[in-house]
Write a protein that binds this ligand. Structure first.
Ligand SMILES: [Zn+2]
Length: 281
């Protein structure tokens, strides 16, 4: 069994038929062990369909996660927007619960000219509101995933997302490292050491639990001064995948890697092939 499961961000391009359940079944058929269900433009899945897709995932051995809508802003200046964000996060969590998916990945918010510390307080309080709501609705086993964001104007540096997870004890909130975003926003990733340092920062503050249930995004990326511009196929080697796979294997990391390249499942399979070769070796 592979220590890291690989899968596409959304329904695979080659899926015969339509819908989430077909996409999950197709992932299983081509040998992938994960898939992220995309609610980036809104949550529109009813309970019946979600439970059905969850059942297909269990039968196919595919572990699911979800991506919450892009328009969430947990540190918005207006209460109305915060309340809306809580609603979108909780409905993503509800769908994830029916699907048997975790975590629900989100871009926490935008600085909009404010200090990171000010935004931090607001994001923490919004996350707490979401967790309280989820508890009321008896949504269990679904973690909030704070994603490392690609634009410098967006809340979510590596330290910030680790800090958020730490604030909630590293259980209810987890960091979702997007390596392409890190490459665009913070520092270029090239060598195994570059990757190992990122992993170390996560593990040092969140403990070994974080290295055994890791959830991350990977793809190539076109970077400009403001951060990310476009996601690229992994053949762009910007950043390269193999040194990351080596760092994982050497340090015994376990979890899921979601491929956000435009080639989706084709590149997820490519990443899996690279990882598998190293793991055997
Ligand atoms: Zn994202």
């Amino acid at each position: 069994m592979l220590m890291i499961r690989f899968g596409p961000a959304g329904i695979p391009i080659g899926t015969p038929g339509e819908g989430t359940a077909s996409g999950i079944a197709y992932c299983g058929k081509i040998g992938l062990g994960a898939m992220e269900v995309e609610f980036v433009h809104g949550v529109n899945m009813k309970e019946g369909k979600a439970r059905e897709a969850g059942e297909v995932a269990r039968k196919s051995g595919v572990r699911l996660s979800c991506h919450a809508p892009y328009y969430i802003n947990c540190c918005a200046k207006e209460e109305l927007k915060i309340a809306g964000s809580v609603r979108h996060i909780v409905s993503t969590a509800q769908a994830a619960f029916w699907l048997g998916a975790t975590p629900i990945v989100m871009h926490p918010g935008f600085y909009m000219g404010r200090l990171p510390s000010e935004c931090y307080e607001m994001v923490v309080s919004t996350f707490q509101r979401c967790l309280d709501e989820m508890e009321k609705l008896k949504i269990t086993g679904v973690q909030l995933g704070a994603e490392l964001t690609g634009k410098k104007s967006a809340y979510g540096s590596l330290d910030e997302i680790i800090g958020l997870a730490e604030e909630f004890g590293g259980k209810q909130v987890v960091p979702v490292v997007d390596f392409a975003h890190y490459h665009a926003r913070e520092a270029r990733l090239k060598t195994q050491d570059d990757y190992a340092r990122v992993l170390e920062r996560v593990e040092k503050r969140l403990g070994s639990e974080a290295s055994k249930n890791f959830h991350c995004h990977f793809s190539g990326i076109e970077a400009i001064e403001a951060g990310e511009k476009n996601h690229l196929p992994i053949s762009s080697l910007s950043p390269p995948f193999e040194p990351l796979a080596r760092a994982w294997v050497e340090n015994g990391w376990e979890g899921k890697a979601i491929c956000e390249s435009p080639l989706l499942e084709k590149d997820a399979l490519e990443m899996q092939k690279i990882f598998q070769k190293l793991e055997k070796w």
